[in-house]
Write a protein that binds this ligand. Structure first.
Ligand code: IPE
Ligand code: IPE
Ligand code: MG
Length: 227
């Protein structure tokens, strides 16, 4: 029988640029709208009884976008992050950021560390924000860690070397914005995730749309290769 509520939902938040384009606005306006949506959506997810939520905000590859777009994204982060952290803290949600911090501006790295420390006691759930994250890079870092240990590792030990080590694997992986691909998100961790793709662009991905995804998940039969 399928579980009713996923324990861990992961979301590829795609479609901000197209949301803006449809409105003849600059791409940055789409990112602002996406950023506005993100925290409310996360709160709704935890209100639904989900314990872990991972949001893909910026991939390793996204860091090769034009400087103007990246500067805009980082400045939105500076504007929104402190208030969002406060909201998470009030809800009892612990924030974690996964990804390669050496690729991010120093002041952003400092904000992240502060936000993680400030919310660390949260026991109601964990929100992992993937920034400068790549699934392949995550796996490679773990492989290199195994090499440093100088011996073979099993799947359990390997999982514990990934950046998601404190979280169960995602039960439900959602991608907004119409594309049907994983784009280097949680490659190892999503091996048996239920996939849900929607045409809805991320800024329009409402609480109701999320409920639809959870409902669809409830009807799935997870077999893990067994009969
Ligand atoms: C997703 O929106 C957010 C980031 C990758 C930063 P996009 O910026 O990829 O939006 P589209 O795909 O161009 O619409
Ligand atoms: C995936 O979106 C990454 C994030 C949403 C953070 P992209 O817009 O980068 O994916 P592609 O380029 O369409 O595969
Ligand atoms: Mg995109």
């Amino acid at each position: 029988m399928a579980e009713k509520t996923p324990r861990h939902i992961a979301i590829i938040m795609d479609g901000n640029g197209r949301w803006a384009k449809k409105r003849l606005l600059p791409r940055g306006a789409g990112h602002r709208a996406g950023m506005n949506r993100m925290i409310g959506l996360a709160e709704h997810i935890f209100d639904r009884g989900v314990e872990y939520c991972t949001l893909f905000a910026l991939s390793t590859e996204n860091l090769s976008r034009p400087k103007e777009e990246l500067d805009g994204l980082f400045s939105l982060f500076r504007d929104y992050f402190p208030a969002n952290t406060e909201r998470l803290k009030r809800k009892g949600i612990a924030l974690r950021v996964i990804g390669d911090r050496s690729l991010l501006p120093e002041d952003i790295v400092a904000l992240i560390a502060e936000g993680e420390a400030y919310t660390a006691g949260g026991t109601r759930g964990t929100l992992a924000l993937a920034i400068g994250y790549g699934g392949r890079q995550d796996i490679l870092a773990a492989v290199n860690e195994a090499v440093r240990r100088g011996r073979e590792v099993d799947a359990e030990e390997f999982s514990a070397m990934l950046s998601t080590r404190e979280m169960p694997e995602p039960d439900l992986l959602i991608r907004t914005g119409k594309e049907l691909r994983i784009s280097n998100f949680l490659l190892w961790q999503a091996a048996y995730s239920e996939l849900y793709f929607t045409d809805v662009l991320f800024p329009d991905f409402s609480d109701k749309e999320l409920d639809k995804a959870i409902e669809a998940y409830g009807k799935r039969e997870r077999r893990y290769g067994k009969l």
